[in-house]
Design a protein around this ligand. Structure first.
Ligand SMILES: Nc1nc2c(c(=O)[nH]1)N[C@H]1C(S)=C(S)[C@@H](COP(=O)(O)OP(=O)(O)OC[C@H]3O[C@@H](n4cnc5c(=O)[nH]c(N)nc54)[C@H](O)[C@@H]3O)O[C@H]1N2
Ligand SMILES: Nc1nc2c(c(=O)[nH]1)N[C@H]1C(S)=C(S)[C@@H](COP(=O)(O)OP(=O)(O)OC[C@H]3O[C@@H](n4cnc5c(=O)[nH]c(N)nc54)[C@H](O)[C@@H]3O)O[C@H]1N2
Ligand code: SF4
Ligand SMILES: [Mo]
Length: 739
């Protein structure tokens, strides 16, 4: 490969050593641990014959900044090691275990290397290698057929978290389909909905400067979100308090100040009691709340009966603890927060639960201030505009429109779209383009996703591995991993570190015949007579983006990132909030207009039948969803999954540690080994995601452990259609002769 202009030669890097010091000094007001690491890294990089290339990790959505050390030339170029980029304030100069193990993405023997055509039945795993010409011709033809037979909206497009996903969306728009979904409606949309409707935006937490935080249903020391994970650790070191409410004793709970094993599904009861103490004991800043919020009187009425004693009966957390935590939280305000969390896809009333998070924060007067919830600074990159054609013969709207009152038009709901595909109504969807996401493994109720796929005439998946979704596809196209491709520039919001603009530069050439999705959609557009949508090269787009800010191009070349440095606090001062009342809406006028409960109303969780358990999902630091379990290095740490079960519950069922058990829900049945854990509630069970795969192309994961996706039942948030993943009850049985 030729030397990259945006890469960094060893000489340039050494020259820059001094600059690292300057950067650290300039930022001395904010203690950013990563920056001091620069010198040591530079010294290590001085090894003869190595080149350094700036890129960004893609082992999860955080996109931490990476410096790849590369040896050799041409096809023999190989990665020696991946190191964190010490200049990156968002990732704090950190690269986690998965980031380090990213090196395996390039050399995993299970990687897809050639376009494949299904020759057996769906899911049989019989494939024929075909040329790119044939793969693209067949795909374009299938899309055209679907469009002609069922309307252009008969094609569904689903793209995961990626900077190239924008090109899949562009193809969908050019093709004329409204039906675009992403991983987001399996992730955080109900939280986004709640904050959009309460604050008019989705704020970012400033944990670095926060003195007291309550974390409900979030696991920041295992489910890594940067910079929050690193900032929380820093804050704890300087004496900040962290209260964790989780039915499991996670690593975050272990490292926090207190852990309370909350009864699942009762977070809102806790939050309403918290608000009651703060309001009735007048622990809030009346001037700030008067100036910035609306509906305090209604909130006072709403929480009047929500005493800590009432909440104790719901949550299982002592009333004295609830009252004390409320007082301590209020005393630390405004450098205090109820951590807004990320994944909110837990219950059917998740939007209302998350409204509870939003409202409680408003009483702490922490918005737009250090140690609180930060307004998100706007940083925009130039793009290449495109006016999508309008097709008169299309249906009126998305296939999931009108099913819930507060659907995000641009994201929709995967669960409701899947229902519509299975029902064939309001109109048929018969084609599906999937890029870099694995709904067979990450959408609850795997059998239902399979039933959806059974309805299709055509399924195309672009992936780096034979994921379970690829395994069910008609055509599978091999993509380069993040280390083998250039990506467009992107903006990372770094909380108290401020935003940064970064990019991915190709580190090594792609293996096999892998092609980036940009090239795939461009070639399809050409065949579909839509070439105007992609009348540019990726390099031209990147060039255009580089001109968005003075100094951006130089920053990327010199440091691998550019910080536009806008103001971080006080952004909202003197400006109306983007809500109907122009204030933070404790009482939602929008919900009132729509006939929805304007106050977050508590819905007790559905009662647990005798001898059943609630199944909850979560994460561990060495696994990303379904995408890292085949990784050789990470599999050494987490080779399989187990069922976390409380010893009391286990002894009632006659189950011992490591016994093989069958777990059954209304969605399906799976087998795995039990792991007795005192740190989980006796009414709750847990397993890691991403095991028990169907695909024979994932040799470390197929038939290894259990698939949680096969057990979770299909349910959705009633307001915005986000998947509700903690609604599943299971029974557990020991397998005879299992030990
Ligand atoms: N290592 C790693 N890091 C990741 C990811 C990854 O796959 N691996 N994924 C990233 C992504 S996409 C996301 S969205 C974030 C998600 O990060 P988080 O938002 O932290 O979500 P989870 O890891 O699912 O943790 C949810 C926790 O809620 C607990 N819980 C379950 N039910 C309840 C309840 O009713 N009440 C309360 N209070 N707690 C409950 C579960 O036991 C679990 O520990 O992580 C990101 N970071
Ligand atoms: N049971 C359960 N289900 C969940 C969750 C949970 O905690 N438990 N979490 C939910 C959340 S928060 C989220 S965000 C979603 C995420 O859901 P998904 O978006 O489905 O996430 P992944 O499992 O990471 O799937 C990513 C896919 O992209 C592929 N891939 C990786 N890198 C590349 C690349 O460079 N190019 C291409 N083309 N493909 C690539 C991987 O092989 C994998 O098949 O899952 C949700 N579903
Ligand atoms: S948190 Fe880890 S896996 Fe995710 S982008 Fe950062 S280094 Fe990569
Ligand atoms: Mo997520």
């Amino acid at each position: 490969m030729s030397k990259k202009t945006n890469g960094l030669s060893r000489r340039e890097f050494l020259k820059r050593t001094g600059l690292v010091g300057v950067g650290a000094a300039a930022l001395s007001s904010a203690p950013l641990p990563g920056r001091a690491y620069g010198k040591a890294l530079a010294e290590r990089l001085a090894t003869e014959g190595e080149e350094a290339v700036f890129t960004a990790c893609d082992m999860c959505f955080n996109r931490c900044a990476v410096i790849a050390r590369v040896a050799g030339t041409g096809r023999n170029r190989r990665i020696v090691k991946l190191d964190p980029n010490p200049q990156c304030a968002k990732s704090r100069g950190m690269l986690c275990a998965r980031g380090n193990a990213g090196i395996e993405q390039v050399r995993d023997p299970d990687r897809l290397t050639e376009p494949l055509l299904r020759v057996g039945k769906r899911g049989e795993g019989k494939w024929k290698t075909i040329s790119w010409e044939e793969a693209l011709d067949r795909s374009a033809h299938a899309m055209q057929e679907v469009g002609a037979k069922y309307s252009r909206c008969g094609m569904l497009f689903t793209a995961g978290a990626d900077t190239q996903s924008q090109f899949v969306h562009r193809l969908a728009e050019a093709f004329g389909s409204f039906n675009i979904t992403s991983h987001e409606s399996l992730c955080l949309l109900s939280g986004n909905r709640a904050f959009m409707d309460t604050y008019g935006e989705v704020p970012q937490p400033d944990l670095l400067h926060c003195d007291y935080s309550i974390m409900l249903g979030a696991n920041r020391f295992e489910s890594l979100v940067m910079p929050d994970s690193s900032d929380l650790m820093q804050a704890l070191r300087r004496g900040a308090k962290l209260i964790v409410l989780d039915p499991r004793c996670t690593k975050t709970a272990e490292l926090g100040t207190e852990w309370h094993a909350i009864r699942p599904g009762t977070d809102l009861a806790f939050l309403l009691a918290l608000c009651r103490v703060i309001i009735f004991e007048k622990l809030y800043d009346p001037v700030w709340v008067e100036r910035n919020t609306s509906g305090l009187d209604r909130l006072r009425e709403h929480v009047a009966d929500c005493t800590p004693e009432w909440a104790e009966a719901e949550t299982g957390i002592g009333a004295h603890h609830i009252a004390r935590i409320a007082r301590e939280l209020a005393a630390a305000a405004p450098k205090a927060m109820v951590y807004p969390g990320r994944r909110s896809s837990d219950y059917e009333d998740s939007t209302q639960i998350r409204r509870g998070f939003a409202v409680a924060n408003a009483l702490l007067a922490n918005y737009d201030r250090p140690g609180g919830l930060m307004s998100t600074p706007a940083v925009k990159l130039s793009g290449i505009p495109y006016e999508a054609p309008w097709y008169d013969d299309n249906p009126e709207d998305r296939v999931d429109a009108g099913k819930v009152p507060l659907l995000f038009d641009d994201e929709g709901s995967f669960i409701l779209t899947r229902d519509a595909v299975i029902a064939g109504a309001p109109y048929p969807i018969k084609g599906w383009f999937v890029y870099k996401t694995n709904p067979m493994g990450t959408a609850p109720d795997r059998e239902r996703t399979r039933a959806m796929i059974d309805k299709l005439d055509f399924l195309l998946t672009v992936d780096i591995f034979m994921s379970d979704t690829a395994f069910m596809s008609d055509i599978v196209l091999p993509a380069p991993s993040y280390l083998e491709r250039d990506d467009p520039l992107f903006v990372l919001q770094g909380g108290p570190a401020g935003p940064a603009i970064m990019t991915r530069n190709q580190v090594v050439p792609p293996i096999g015949q892998c092609r980036p999705v940009f090239s795939i959609v461009k070639d399809l557009a050409l065949r579909l007579d839509l070439k105007d949508a992609f009348n540019f090269t990726l390099e031209e787009l990147r060039e255009k983006q580089m001109d968005s800010f003075p100094g951006l191009r130089q920053g990327l070349q010199k440091d691998g990132l550019f910080e536009p440095g806008p103001k971080l606090y006080g952004l909202q001062e003197g400006r109306p909030f983007k809500t109907p009342s122009a204030r933070i809406e404790l009482y939602s006028t929008l919900y009132e207009q729509k006939g929805l409960p304007p106050m977050p109303a508590y819905m007790p969780p559905k009662p647990l039948p005798k001898d059943s358990f609630l199944l909850v999902a979560g994460r561990t630091a060495c696994i990303t969803q379904t995408h890292s379990q085949n990784n050789r290095l990470l599999a050494e740490f987490v080779p399989t999954n187990t069922l976390w079960l409380h010893p009391e519950a286990a002894s009632r069922l006659g189950i011992r540690d490591k016994d093989l058990v069958t777990v059954t829900s209304a969605a399906g049945s799976q087998q795995l080994r039990a792991e007795l854990k005192p740190g989980i509630r006796p009414d709750t069970v847990y397993m890691h995601s991403g095991f028990g795969a169907l695909s024979s192309g994932l040799r470390r994961v197929q038939n290894n452990g259990a698939s949680i996706a096969a057990l979770l039942e299909s349910a959705h948030d009633e307001l915005c259609g986000n998947a509700a993943m903690h609604m599943t009850h299971v029974t557990i049985k020991r397998q005879e002769g299992s030990s």
